[in-house]
Design a protein around this ligand. Structure first.
Ligand SMILES: CC(=O)SCCNC(=O)CCNC(=O)[C@H](O)C(C)(C)COP(=O)(O)OP(=O)(O)OC[C@H]1O[C@@H](n2cnc3c(N)ncnc32)[C@H](O)[C@@H]1OP(=O)(O)O
Ligand SMILES: O=C([O-])CC(=O)C(=O)O
Ligand SMILES: [Mg+2]
Length: 292
């Protein structure tokens, strides 16, 4: 479950220390664009120490590394892989070859540190026109890939267009990423909403991303966590309905029927599939059935 993925700039110790207390499902230690080139070495050491000396219970840890056309990315991997973050986020990913190159380097560091090969997963950040066009190639490049992540700021810079709150300019990229990810049995995660003060805009943007099939969204501020978590959690009514669907389908089975009706609406296999997704989320959030 990755409803919210909070960015923590790698060169800000106070943010790194409190990462797990801010309510996000995932925290992303950033070594890339939130860190200026002359602070890369310091950030790498800070993130390494955070992973070594802090524990982040209940939070998935991701490290965002520098692009493969820079001098930094291999140093990033050598510094953090020995501390076994859950996931590495390669940046400016433009095709499957780049993922295989990163995965091979990760395997080397894992072997050197006696970590089982494949332990650390990959969540590619897709933020170029080429990356969006190659989304399926990237999603299917390596068994480590657990999802696709959209970076709307760099993507629109690459398109030579403005990034707006309405987001028409990223609509194609959003739907393409969701479809490519789901075709490979993994999830897509949406770009952050960058206006820290605009809670109404955040909620609208998050609702829209969810309606397209995204499983979660990045946030850059702890103030955005509650709203994004709420949007990506099923409501009480949705959970209650999912339980009713399951009860109705059981009753249908007893009567030897594959399709039945509940409150005047047809219930068949895809509706049962969606209900079971809601119940899985209920279990992940509440640790079991919350409403019966
Ligand atoms: C396009 C991209 O690449 S996005 C990914 C890279 N960008 C980032 O990682 C940016 C992360 N976010 C930030 O650095 C900041 O939130 C900013 C610069 C956007 C806004 O900063 P501020 O105006 O200081 O935010 P704000 O006033 O809401 O901060 C309130 C508190 O939350 C903390 N906080 C703010 N953002 C974060 C964060 N991402 N993670 C953890 N703590 C944070 C602040 O340190 C502050 O703590 P304090 O009260 O103990 O001093
Ligand atoms: O990772 C993100 O969500 C933000 C990012 O780099 C971008 O939008 O370019
Ligand atoms: Mg970017």
């Amino acid at each position: 479950m990755r409803r919210t993925m909070l960015f923590l700039p790698g060169n800000t110790p106070n943010m790194l220390i409190n990462g797990d207390t801010l309510g996000a499902d995932t925290i992303i230690f950033d070594l890339e664009d939130a860190v200026s080139p002359d602070e890369k070495d310091a950030a790498r050491i800070l993130v390494r120490n955070a992973l070594r000396y802090q524990s982040y219970p209940g939070c998935e840890t991701v490290v965002r590394i520098n692009p493969t056309d820079t001098a930094f990315w291999k140093e990033d991997l050598k510094a953090v892989i020995p501390l076994k973050p859950d996931v590495i986020m390669p940046t400016k990913v433009s095709g499957g070859d780049m993922i295989r190159e990163v995965s091979a380097c990760m395997a080397e560091v894992e072997r050197e540190n006696k970590i089982e090969e494949g332990t650390v997963k990959i969540l590619p950040l897709i933020e170029t026109a080429m990356g969006v066009e190659k989304a399926f190639d990237i999603a299917s490049a390596d068994a480590r890939v657990i999802g696709l992540f959209l970076g709307g700021e760099d993507f629109t810079a690459d398109l030579h267009c403005k990034r707006t709150k309405e987001g028409n300019e990223i609509f194609y990229a959003r739907t393409r990423l969701v479809c490519a990810a789901r075709a490979c049995g993994i999830e897509a995660y949406d770009t952050p909403f960058t206006d820290v003060e605009d809670m109404e805009g955040l909620e609208k943007d998050t609702e829209f991303a969810k309606s397209l099939g995204f499983a979660g969204k990045a946030v850059i501020s702890p103030r955005h966590v509650d709203i994004v978590n709420a949007v990506f959690s099923p409501t009480e009514a949705e959970i209650a309905y999912a339980h009713d669907v399951m009860d109705a389908i059981e009753e249908g089975k007893r009567q030897g029927k594959g399709v039945i009706s509940l409150r005047g609406k047809m219930i068949d296999a895809p509706i049962v599939k969606r209900a079971s997704q809601v119940l899985e989320m209920e279990k992940a959030i509440y640790g079991g059935a919350q409403y019966e």
